[in-house]
Design a protein around this ligand. Structure first.
Ligand code: 5RP
Length: 260
């Protein structure tokens, strides 16, 4: 069955399969959003079915909550869970310091709150997500709908004074209408091309009235698990200063493929 997966899906799957090894019985786990995170949710469901693993999941979007329930994960809210042992999530970019751009799926606000309320954040990625400098992927900012054009104008103005290569700001749309997040907000994507000082940019953006949260994750991610199309996985742990390589064996019987 695994032979039917494309190399990119295999990469996402093996990263997810390796990352769920961090999950232990009784843990409260933040569940990320996106196609890579969806593999992780399925892999956790498989561990629940085959090993009787007992965990509580805190999803970062309604999409993830729906999938988590489908695969048998007990779901709760962050307020009920209070604090999490671990969050596993995907990313749009990661740099050598494991700073991230997230929010391509429009869920970075909940993702950032959940990851920050966790002892540890493990990111799962395929090799296309690695960058030397953040910014090729458009940086999402979640903004409240009231006065969205005024907010956009202010953000564009401040970008001219920042160490970035591009300053274009685009209101995200879906089906010809503004994209609406789970929190009822909108997203502006910033086409910056290169971000020289992500820490400063993150602080400055969040000062603009109307901006709820930006998609830069600075000093939040502890480790990244990078899957490859041939089944190899690399694990980079920023706290341990380690970079290890492993290989994931995936059996044809892995029943998480059943719904693909
Ligand atoms: C959603 C995210 C996702 O983690 C990010 O967009 C990566 O998605 P994918 O795994 O589908 O490439 O930040 O808000």
């Amino acid at each position: 069955m695994s032979g039917e997966l494309s190399p990119i899906d295999t990469a996402k799957f093996v990263a997810a399969k390796r990352a769920v090894q961090y999950v232990e019985d009784g843990m409260k786990v933040g569940l990320g959003t996106g196609s890579t995170a969806a593999w992780m949710v399925r892999c956790l469901g498989e561990r629940i079915r085959t090993e009787g693993l007992k965990i509580t999941g805190v999803p970062t979007s309604t999409r993830t909550a729906d999938l988590a329930r489908q695969v048998g994960i007990e779901v709760t809210t962050l307020d009920d869970a209070k604090w999490l042992d671990l969050t596993i999530d995907g990313t749009d970019e990661y740099d050598p310091d494991l700073c991230l751009i997230k929010g391509g799926g429009g869920a970075h606000l909940q993702e950032k709150i959940v990851a920050t309320a966790s002892d540890r954040m493990v990111v799962i990625a395929d090799p296309t997500k690695a960058v030397d400098m953040l910014g090729a992927f458009p940086l999402p900012i979640e903004v409240i709908p009231f006065g969205v054009n005024a907010t956009k104008g202010l953000v564009e103005e401040l970008l001219t004074a920042m160490d970035v290569l591009g300053t274009e700001a685009v209101l995200r749309e879906k089906g010809g209408e503004p994209f609406v997040t789970d929190e009822g907000n909108q997203i502006i994507d910033l086409h910056l091309k290169r971000i020289d000082d992500p820490r400063k940019l993150s602080m400055v953006l969040n000062q603009v009235p109307g901006v709820v949260e930006n998609g830069l994750f600075i000093d939040i991610c502890d480790a990244v698990v990078i899957g490859h199309g041939d089944g190899r996985v690399e694990v980079i742990d920023i706290n341990e200063g380690t970079h290890e390589e492993d290989r994931i064996a995936f059996a044809d019987s892995d029943n998480i493929f059943a719904d693909i």
